[in-house]
Design a protein around this ligand. Structure first.
Ligand SMILES: [Zn+2]
Length: 312
């Protein structure tokens, strides 16, 4: 049987790609506006220390407000994409289940809501982490970095315009910041949208994984899952280990359904269902269950699966 979740996997890749652009463009918009503000300060390099402080104060306030807007939008983008990802996986599962010979419509609004909530509220991480906190924590970090760029500029007695140009560069998602930037502003990020992008990608990855497991864990025809790395370049040793080592005596990279580990931040790995029965055997089993014949244990498992689906 070909991987029944290929569709979801492809959609996941599309969402991740699109999301990256969405977030980048939110940063770019803000950066363009800030650029306009900075332009107004051209020729004002030699203002008095007092004036410089006042100008910088108001510029800082404005940049912070733009960044607040950026983070509000980023959170909304991720939220929308989580919703989309989960819907796609469940929809895909519906089709898969129907292809196995079950014939009913599954409306999964309740479980979908539950799933979105599980991802967004952080209950997936036992409350130790949640997206909202992470985004606003990062907003705070940006504010601190912005403030440090200003104080460093003043310390080095840079002109008003030069300090503003540093700020402009900081918020530009397309600016290339080299070693000298980190030297001048230690601890300041090289890519302004890096953290947002990492949070976004990780959240989609976990939304995919969680909904995939939720949709399939009770499916009696799926025996286990196989870990699959994104392949080729940049695969870390942890993921390579997950793909190649036989951790449970089921074969290399194969996990019992309740033992699939959560991918790490920025992870791009995926999973496959292991189905040992042939299409024909599955269809026969479904028919037996329907008629109340055949293997009792299998019928019980199908019953449980169907009841779970109905509760979707
Ligand atoms: Zn990895």
């Amino acid at each position: 049987m070909p991987n029944p979740f290929t569709y979801s996997e492809n959609e996941r890749e599309k969402i991740v790609k699109e999301q990256k652009k969405q977030i980048k463009s939110v940063y770019k918009e803000a950066s363009d506006e800030i650029k306009k503000e900075v332009k107004k300060l051209k020729g004002k390099n030699n203002v008095s220390a007092n004036e410089r402080r006042n100008y910088l104060k108001s510029l800082q306030k404005e940049i912070n407000s733009y960044m607040k807007n950026v983070d509000t939008k980023t959170e909304k983008i991720i939220n929308g994409n989580v919703d989309k990802m989960i819907s796609i996986v469940f929809e895909n599962n519906n089709q898969f289940v129907n292809s196995l010979g079950f014939n009913f419509d599954i409306t999964n609004t309740v479980i979908k809501k539950e799933m979105v909530n599980r991802i967004m509220s952080g209950s997936l991480y036992q409350g130790k982490w949640n997206l909202n906190k992470a985004i606003w924590g990062d907003n705070k970090a940006k504010q601190i970095e912005i403030s440090k760029i200003i104080s460093k500029g003043i310390l080095k007695n840079k002109g008003l315009y030069d300090i503003s140009k540093d700020l402009e560069r900081y918020v530009n998602p397309n600016a290339r910041k080299s070693y000298s930037w980190s030297n001048m502003f230690p601890g300041s990020r090289k890519k302004v949208d890096y953290n947002a992008q990492r949070l976004a990608r990780t959240t989609i990855s976990h939304a995919y994984q969680e909904s995939f497991v939720r949709a399939t864990i009770n499916n009696p025809f799926i025996d286990a899952y196989r870990w699959i790395t994104s392949g080729g370049h940049n695969v870390c040793t942890l993921c390579l280990d997950r793909e190649t080592v036989d951790h449970y005596g089921l074969g290399p990279g194969i996990y019992p359904k309740d033992k699939l580990p959560l991918d790490h931040p920025n992870g791009m790995c995926t999973f496959e269902s292991i189905i040992s029965m042939s299409d024909e055997e599955i269809i026969d089993a479904v028919a037996d269950w329907y008629l109340g014949e055949g293997d009792e244990d299998m019928n019980e498992r199908i019953e449980k699966f169907v009841n779970d689906l109905k509760n979707f």
